[in-house]
Design a protein around this ligand. Structure first.
Ligand SMILES: Cc1ncc(C[n+]2csc(CCOP(=O)(O)OP(=O)(O)O)c2C)c(N)n1
Ligand code: SF4
Ligand SMILES: [Mg+2]
Length: 283
């Protein structure tokens, strides 16, 4: 494991032009910077689900855990609770964590566990060849919906804000400099952080042109104001043709799950002693 060379021997099987390359290059750069600034690479664990996105852990030479579809978050939470000093970074798909595993995402945000979740949100099931996901727009035509979907997408950042996430950001796979900065900030944040990356799947849902025309970077960010963050998050609902804000929407320091769960327990006392104490109080 060396910050200068994080590559592996594994053959890369992503399609040429896939947005996953940008996420991989950005996270490598962020981790290299963090290593130079004093956090050894051994202190990180990368966790992935199942999908095209998940192969990222095969391509980065660091400690990692390949979990199962929809269960990246519980795996990451287990690692964090067993070894709270580790920095745990999850790579998950929109199908993986906004679909099958959404309940885990909600509860991880609710308890503000100190992990970083990076969603490769290509708004399609890439690996299984083009079915719709919770963030596909209304009318999306794919393998399972040849006539177009009849459902509106969810806004995952709105869901995460409502359920208690303390760091929320969005980037795209066409903006690697912004991604590097956001990833680093998300990893350094103490608490549950989620970065929704509009990652383009060139094969099943090529949105490069669409995003390039609409994205803009937020000037003011790092807001800990819930209503302000909500207003920004609602500017684009994953369905409309509105402008798409990128950057950090929300950032707030609050006690984490580990702070509460792992605090030293009081001395163990027997049931008999406890009863005696209670009886004394009654006298
Ligand atoms: C428990 C379980 N359910 C379903 C699948 C089938 N499956 C594998 S990958 C996938 C979807 C992947 O989509 P996403 O998470 O968006 O990742 P992408 O390929 O787009 O990166 C599905 C449904 C599985 N392997 N395991
Ligand atoms: S199918 Fe899509 S997400 Fe999967 S590797 Fe190819 S371009 Fe990337
Ligand atoms: Mg996907």
């Amino acid at each position: 494991m060396s910050p200068d060379n994080l590559g592996t021997y594994a053959e890369n099987t992503w399609c040429p032009g896939c947005g996953n390359f940008a996420i991989m290059n950005a996270i490598k750069a962020s981790l290299q910077t963090l290593a130079q600034e004093g956090t050894p690479l051994e202190n990180f664990v990368l966790v992935s689900g199942i999908g095209c996105h998940a192969k990222i852990v095969d391509y980065i030479n660091m400690n990692s855990f390949y979990s199962i579809h929809g269960r990246t978050i519980p795996a990451a939470e287990g690692i964090k609770l067993a070894k709270p000093d580790l920095k745990v970074i999850v790579f998950s798909g929109d199908g993986d964590s906004y679909g099958e595993g959404v309940e885990h995402l909600i509860f991880a945000a609710k308890r503000n566990i100190d992990i970083t979740v990076i969603i490769h949100n290509n708004r399609v099931y890439g690996l299984t060849t083009g079915q719709y996901t919770p963030t596909s727009p209304l009318g999306f035509k794919g393998r399972s919906t040849p006539q177009g979907t009849n459902e509106l997408p969810i806004n995952p950042l709105e869901l995460m804000l409502a359920t208690g996430a303390t760091f929320l950001a969005r980037g795209t796979s066409h903006g690697i400099e912004l991604l590097k900065n956001i990833f680093k900030e998300a990893i350094l944040h103490k608490g549950f952080s989620l970065v929704d990356v509009l990652q383009v799947c060139v094969t099943y849902y090529n949105m490069y042109e669409y995003y390039d025309k609409r994205v803009y970077e937020l000037k003011e960010h790092n807001s800990g104001d819930y209503q302000e963050a909500l207003n920004k998050i609602r500017e684009w609902d994953y369905n409309s043709d509105a402008k798409i804000p990128l950057g950090v929407f929300y950032k707030k320091e609050l006690p984490t799950f580990e702070d509460r769960f792992l605090k030293p327990a009081g001395p163990v006392i027997s049931r008999e002693t406890k009863i005696k104490e209670v009886l004394k109080e009654d006298i």
